[in-house]
Each structure stands twice: as structure tokens, then as C-alpha cells.
Unconditional design. Structure first.
Length: 616
């Protein structure tokens, strides 16, 4: 199974994009920069961000700043005030950690943390901010805030549930009384300016460039997202800082409009505001068929490697070879069958079949609106397939991965057709669908529609029309409940059914199976096999009616039932060889007479029957 977590292993040729972003960050030379890694849900934004982080140099060349990384997820702090405060606190804590070995810088870092506390309080607004900076306790919240600050000045922690933060010796709380001295005419603009100056100077003295990676921004409420971005731009965007923000551009623009909905921003103004927040928009490329094929192939190789079916050296070689091939795809060097076969080895039959599966799935998963080659959805697709495969073994079911994948693809991309076909599966037909078998042979009719997806799906191996679909559908009960009706065949009846399906003529073992099954079970098996073989019957040979002739030899009482089935035989298709076989079956006499007197009968049939009768 594949986890839904981000990865730094490059399955999608994202390495070149990560390298380009790293160059942007290293060439900024201390100037503040914000990069937006944009893309829809599940396209790999977080993985790309992790790759950028991994590729950033940890050690700086002589005379240059080293990169220090911080990761922030505003989704964990959904309330917009909490997210803004948490971002400032995380930055302050990182600076404090960097300065811990230098007493002078440590004092400055504590001063920075104290200012963060002030900014967090000031941005609460309303009663609290007004009470602090006027000294007049406005409302219950204002009175609580002033009381808490009074305790801080005396070195005592605030009471439980009061406004403000607990005082700590190592986080700059001692500086709060001086910063909040009303005589200093503190204001939000002046505090912001002072905070930015101290942050910029501290980073310069520490010789670091602080890189903040912001992820899952597009999972937040609009106000939280905009608040986080504004905090970055207004408070933290100084020299020696860089921000890499993973979020869908369309979401951010929508959040801007929502945040300023009363102002009724035009599209141009919303875009301008977005451009102010994100300097460099870096789009995660959408996967094409070639990339989807490579991704699926590598996921399947990874699974095979985890199960010991693909050597580590081959898997590692594939991890290097596949991205290189994708980088050269513009030259026409695509991920071909021969290329994939070379990665797994031409003697590894199981893996070769899986590579064919990747080839077949790629165009369908790329073109289907339900997937659109989304990496997360493709991973989930394979997870479902392999989960069902794992569930099959304890239940005594044998279904190969390609068959499970083909059926689940239909469930995922054409749910109505999947439900229609599943509803036609019954015990009476042993789980086989002649309409599906016909469609896979190119004879497309309802419920199938003749479109690109349907044709590609029908051509995807293996052919499901000749399979008993009940085991496969039983494993897909996570999508819908299945009811195949009552199967009247006993274990011996099923054994006889399977033998009759394969039989081309009578023999001793087949006769023994008919006798062992008994007349009732033999009759059911005879009717089942007659239905199952209908599509392949051409009325030319003895094998076309062997289920009737051999069962009726043992149990003549089933003759009328066999004759009723034989009436479906078209007179125009009856061959001389089959007519002679039926001539020897007493139960078939009336049907044969009716067919041979038809104007559609081939004259060769009547001549062959006349010659046969003269012999006797």
C-alpha cells in the first residue's frame, strides 16, 4: 500500500522544478522573496516543497549566509488570529534557538519574542488593544488584559483564564512592561516597524537566511489564508527571509475576493493584490499520459520491491532512469514498453504484466474527468486495487491485479455503467456477461456507449466478459452492495458445469461426473453451460451441443429440456456434421425435423442426413 504523505523521492520529474526554485532562493542574495507553489488538490505541491527544502544547501560558502528552514502549517491553527500568532511565535522561537550560544544576540532574540507578544495582543483589537494603550479598562476583556499585564510587571504569572501570556524567564516576557509603557506612545505601526528592524538585524548578525515553508494554506478558511499571507508580507518580509508557500493560486484569488467582499474587488485588483503577496508563482505541471505512465509504473515497481519481487538495485536504477527519460520526453524519448520492460527485466513475467497495466491505465486515468492524472487520485486508485487483492486471499478468491484494476477503473470513471453491468451479473449465468464479452470483441451495444473511454476500457486487458465476475464484484462491496441471486448448483454440480464448459465431446470421466451430480444438478449445469457458450456457438460441430447430448445420454428424462434449448438453433446455420450428431439423439428428432424442412436449410444438410439414414 502507498501512503498519502508527501515524499522527496522524485517519481514525477519534479526535481528540475525544485532545482529551479533553489536557484531563485540562492540568487536572491538576502533580498526578501516569496515563491508560491501552485496547483490543485493532490497534484504534489507538498512533495515539491519538501524537495526544495531538501535541496537547499545547509552550509554556506565563505562570506555568505546559511539557510535555516522553518515549516509552518496554518491549517493546524484554523482560527485566523491563532494562525497569525503561531507563525510569529514559530519564527521567534527559531531565532531564539539560533541565538542561544551568544549572550548579546540572546538578549536581542528575547526582545524580539517580547515584541511578538505585544503584536499578538495588539492585533486582538477592540476592548483589549484600546484598554492596553489608553490605560482605561474598557469592558470585561479590557479589565482582564490590564490586570494580566499588571501581574507581568510584578513578575507574577497571569491568573488562569485571563488575557495575555504566562511569563517565562527564557522567552522575553521580562521585556513586556517596558514595551508597553504608555509614555512611549506605542502604536501598532511603530511596533511593526520596530519588530521588522529587530528581526532583520538579528538575521544579519546571525548570518542566516530564514526560509519559511508554508503548507496546506488552501485547506484553510479564506480569512485564515489571507491573514497568514498578510502577516508574512507586513511583518516578516525583511532582508534575509524567504517564503515558499504551497497553495492553489485560484484559491488564493478567491480568498482575496472573499476577504474584501464588501469592497467588491475587480479581477484586476484581486490579481494585483495576489501579486503583492506572491512574487514568483511556480505552477506544479499537470501530468500527461507519459508522466502518468511513468508514475504508475514506479508505484507498481515500488510495491513489487517491498514484496521482494524486484531487486533493490533494479528499483534504484529505475528511480534514476525514469525521471531522466521524462526530462528528455520533449525530444521524443517517451516511456515506451521496451523502456519499462528493461527496468523490471524481460524474464519477470509478473512485473511485465504490471508494466502493461500501467501503459493501459495511463491514457484512461489522464483523460477521465474523475482523475485527470492527479497523483493522489492515482495512488488511491492503486491502493483500492491492492486492498481488494489482499481481501481476496482470506476468502479463497483468486483474481489478478489487472482484472481488479480494470473493474475499479470503470467504477471510478463511469459509475453508471459499472452499476448497470453489476446488476446484470447473476448466478444463472455463472457471473458471466455475454453483452460485455461481445463489446470486448468490438460488438458494442447498450448499455455501452460508443465513445473513446469505453473503447479504450474494453480494449484494456484482461477480457472480463468470459470471466465469472461474482468474485470480483464481491471484493468491490465497498462501493455498492452486491446480490447475485441464489446459486442452485451444488459442489458436484459446479464441477460438472466446469467440465462441460471445456468439453468438446463425450468421454468416460465426463460421464462419471454427470452420474455423480445426479439428474437435478446435471439439468441445472446443462442449462447454465448452454447459456454460457451461446456467444461462441456457431452450430458447426458436435462440441456446440455436447452439454445437451452427453447429459441426455445419462439422463434421458432431461431430453425435453434439451430440446427446448435446441429450438434456438437457426436453420440457416446448421451444418451437416452437427445434423448427423443430432440425428443420433432421440430427444432432438422433432427439432431436427422442424429445422430441416425450413426453406433456410442448406441442401448439404438434407443430403448428409439422407445418406446417414440409408446406412441404417
Amino acid at each position: 500500500m502507498w501512503s498519502d504523505n508527501e515524499t522527496t523521492v522524485d517519481y514525477l520529474n519534479f526535481g528540475v522544478i525544485a532545482d529551479a526554485c533553489v536557484q531563485l532562493l540562492t540568487r536572491s542574495k538576502g533580498e526578501p522573496i516569496s515563491v508560491g507553489v501552485s496547483g490543485g488538490w493532490g497534484v504534489g505541491k507538498t512533495s515539491l516543497v519538501r524537495m526544495i527544502e531538501k535541496r537547499l544547501p545547509r552550509e554556506a560558502p565563505a562570506g555568505e549566509h546559511r539557510f535555516v528552514m522553518v515549516t509552518f502549517n496554518p491549517w493546524l491553527y484554523q482560527d485566523f488570529d491563532s494562525a497569525r500568532s503561531a507563525l510569529l511565535q514559530i519564527v521567534g522561537d527559531k531565532v531564539l534557538e539560533l541565538a542561544k550560544d551568544n549572550e548579546t544576540l540572546l538578549d536581542k532574540a528575547k526582545d524580539l519574542l517580547a515584541r511578538i507578544k505585544v503584536l499578538r495582543v495588539m492585533q486582538v483589537g477592540g476592548e483589549v488593544a484600546a484598554s492596553i494603550f489608553t490605560g482605561i479598562p474598557l469592558g470585561a476583556m479590557g479589565r482582564s488584559a490590564l490586570a494580566a499585564l499588571g501581574r507581568l510587571k510584578k513578575g507574577a504569572p497571569p491568573e488562569q483564564g485571563s488575557a495575555g501570556e504566562p511569563a517565562k524567564d527564557d522567552d522575553g516576557a521580562d521585556f513586556i512592561p517596558d514595551l508597553l509603557d504608555p509614555a512611549k506612545n506605542a502604536s501598532l505601526p511603530s511596533e511593526i516597524h520596530a519588530f521588522r528592524d529587530r528581526l532583520e538585524n538579528l538575521l544579519a548578525e546571525l548570518s542566516v537566511t530564514l526560509v519559511v515553508f508554508v503548507d496546506d494554506l488552501d485547506r484553510c478558511l479564506p480569512q485564515t489564508a489571507i491573514s497568514t499571507l498578510e502577516s508574512i508580507r507586513l511583518l516578516l518580509f525583511t532582508r534575509n527571509t524567504a517564503f515558499v508557500v504551497a497553495a492553489d493560486n485560484d484559491f488564493i484569488r478567491s480568498a482575496v475576493r472573499q476577504h474584501f467582499k464588501e469592497a467588491e474587488l475587480s479581477d484586476g485588483l484581486a490579481t494585483s493584490y495576489f501579486d503583492k503577496l506572491i512574487q514568483v508563482p511556480l505552477h506544479v505541471p499537470r501530468l500527461g499520459i507519459n508522466e502518468a505512465k511513468a508514475y504508475l509504473a514506479l508505484l507498481l515497481m515500488e510495491h513489487a520491491h517491498s514484496e521482494g519481487k524486484l531487486e533493490k538495485v533494479k528499483f534504484q536504477a529505475a528511480l534514476e532512469a525514469v525521471p531522466k527519460r521524462l526530462q528528455a520526453s520533449w525530444k521524443g524519448e517517451t516511456v515506451t514498453s521496451d523502456f519499462l520492460d528493461a527496468q523490471v527485466g524481460v524474464d519477470n513475467t509478473e512485473l511485465l504484466d504490471l508494466m502493461r497495466l500501467a501503459e493501459g491505465l495511463a491514457p484512461l486515468l489522464s483523460g477521465a474527468d474523475a482523475v485527470k492524472a492527479n497523483p493522489r487520485l492515482m495512488k488511491r486508485f492503486l491502493n483500492t486495487v491492492y486492498l481488494r487483492a489482499a481481501l481476496s486471499k482470506p476468502q479463497g478468491i483468486t483474481v489478478e491485479i489487472p482484472a481488479l484494476a480494470k473493474w475499479h477503473l470503470l467504477e471510478r470513471c463511469d459509475e453508471d455503467l459499472a452499476k448497470d453491468l453489476a446488476g446484470k451479473v447473476s448466478a444463472d449465468t455463472d457471473g458471466r456477461l455475454s453483452v460485455l464479452a461481445d463489446a470486448e470483441e468490438g460488438k458494442i451495444k447498450a448499455p455501452f456507449e460508443d465513445n473513446d473511454f469505453t473503447r479504450q476500457w474494453l480494449n484494456l486487458p484482461p477480457k472480463l466478459g468470459d470471466m465469472d465476475l461474482r468474485p470480483l464484484l464481491h471484493l468491490s462491496r465497498d462501493s455498492v452492495a452486491r446480490d447475485f441471486g441464489v446459486d442452485e448448483l451444488s459442489e458436484r454440480g459446479r464441477e460438472l458445469r466446469d467440465s462441460l464448459l471445456e468439453a468438446t465431446g463425450g468421454n468416460g470421466p465426463l460421464t462419471a461426473l454427470i452420474q455423480a451430480a445426479g439428474e437435478s444438478q446435471a439439468g441445472i449445469a446443462m442449462r447454465r453451460v448452454w447459456q454460457l457458450k451461446a456467444r461462441k456457438r456457431d452450430w458447426s460441430k458436435a462440441g456446440d451441443v455436447v452439454e445437451l447430448t452427453e447429459v441426455c445420454k445419462v439422463f434421458p428424462g432431461l431430453g425435453p429440456a434439451a430440446a427446448s434449448l435446441l429450438k434456438a438453433m437457426p436453420a440457416s446455420q446448421l451444418s451437416p456434421a452437427l445434423a448427423i450428431v443430432l440425428e443420433a439423439a432421440p430427444w432432438a428428432a422433432d427439432v431436427l425435423k422442424e429445422k430441416t424442412t425450413s426453406s433456410d436449410i442448406d441442401s448439404r444438410v438434407t443430403r448428409a442426413l439422407a445418406a446417414q439414414r440409408r446406412k441404417h
